[in-house]
Design a protein around this ligand. Structure first.
Ligand code: 13P
Ligand code: SF4
Length: 352
């Protein structure tokens, strides 16, 4: 259980500004922790939450989409507060129909999930009958309900390979992220796999992308490498002192330029597992670098704060207090859709 003292301690070690923010918000944080305990709430926090929100969740309560879905699946608490965006809270509800799932702001959307609903998945199934559909977790319940498997950025490669094997095919429909689809396809090809992914934009003019990650251009990453002296690491030669780590939702040329492409937690793991690191650029939402900066004060994180998610930023301490007090807004999913959406999520969770 996270205590006010622990949070105080964490921010005391952080940059001056963050400590002042903590002091200014101390009473609100204390009230949230009281409500969390009184109401026996599991507070899940995504890696992109601003530091004061991120620190409301402790070990086993924060992480990437896959970890949070797993924590939600094994929760025995009557209420789950999801500090993340709506599709994540909805996934927790699909896994926990009898629990109350709350989100501080129902408008916390996602540029991948918002425009891509069930009818769009059905159209791909009609166009490519018989092929398995893998849907990225960044989608709503009605879209998941039409899919065969769900995946996250942590397990996309495993899930598409699994789906192809189960269906005895070498073609898999991957929705809705065109850039992640292309990145996964490139990685499969580089590994010598003949598996073909069909994603928006490959055989049509549709396109799905993250409005945050698509802003990270190759030119920008190359400039960061030059200006901050972040040379490409030669694996096996020396221990890395610098690293450029990017997310699967980035442009394919950016993935190729990076030292590692992964989910948010895979990037965090890379930093944890390489104590030789001195300077790191994270090609992802900028609050994650702020959270890692607090955990690793000895590392210089290059932050590009124009790369921020407006949806994640909707989750604020003031809204969280109100949400815990009133137990509103509550995330609901119609039962018929929930049951169908559960299948692809369960299939994903069974894949180790
Ligand atoms: P992760 O599953 O890697 O945390 O990604 C979620 C997300 O929305 C990335 O933009
Ligand atoms: Fe969606 Fe991109 Fe925000 Fe992630 S960062 S929630 S993919 S808009």
């Amino acid at each position: 259980m996270v205590t006010l003292e622990q949070i105080h301690h964490a921010f005391q070690k952080s940059s001056g500004d963050q400590y002042l923010d903590f002091l200014a918000q101390r009473e609100t944080i204390e009230r949230i922790l009281q409500l969390k305990e009184q109401k026996n709430v599991l507070v899940l926090g995504h890696n992109y939450m601003a530091p004061l929100v991120y620190n409301l969740s402790g070990e086993g309560e924060r992480g990437d989409s896959l970890q949070l879905a797993r924590y939600a699946a094994r929760s025995d608490k009557p209420i789950i507060l999801f500090d993340g965006v709506r599709f994540m809270a909805e996934t927790a509800k699909i896994l926990n129909p009898d629990k109350k799932v709350l989100i501080a702001d129902m408008q916390a959307g996602c540029s991948l999930a918002d425009p891509f609903r069930g009818a769009a998945v059905r159209a791909y199934k009609e166009q490519f009958p018989g092929l398995p559909v893998v849907i990225y977790i960044n989608s709503y319940a009605d879209a998941k309900a039409e899919a065969d498997y769900c995946c996250t950025s942590s397990n996309g490669l495993q899930v598409v390979q699994h789906a192809a094997k189960d269906f005895g095919t070498d073609q898999v429909i991957f929705l809705p992220d065109s850039l992640m689809g292309e990145n996964l396809q490139d990685e499969l090809r580089e590994a010598g796999s003949a598996l073909e992914l069909i994603y928006p934009g490959k055989y049509d003019t549709k396109h799905g992308s993250c409005e945050v990650h698509e802003k990270i251009s190759l030119e920008m990453v190359q400039n960061i490498r030059d200006q901050y002296h972040l040379p490409k690491h030669q694996p096996g030669k020396t221990l890395p002192e610098t690293a450029v780590l990017v997310h699967w939702e980035c442009l394919p040329e950016v993935r190729k330029e990076a030292d590692l492409c992964g989910s948010t937690s895979q990037m965090i793991r890379y930093v944890r597992e390489h104590p030789s690191l001195q300077r790191v650029y994270l090609g992802t939402e900028c609050e994650m670098a702020a959270n890692l900066q607090n955990e690793f004060p000895q590392i210089d994180f290059v932050r590009t704060c124009a790369i921020a998610c407006q949806h994640m930023a909707k989750i604020t301490l003031d809204k969280i207090v109100k949400c815990l007090e009133t137990e509103q807004p509550e995330v609901t999913v119609p039962e018929e859709i929930r049951r169908r959406a559960l299948k692809p999520i369960e299939r994903m969770l069974q894949i180790k």
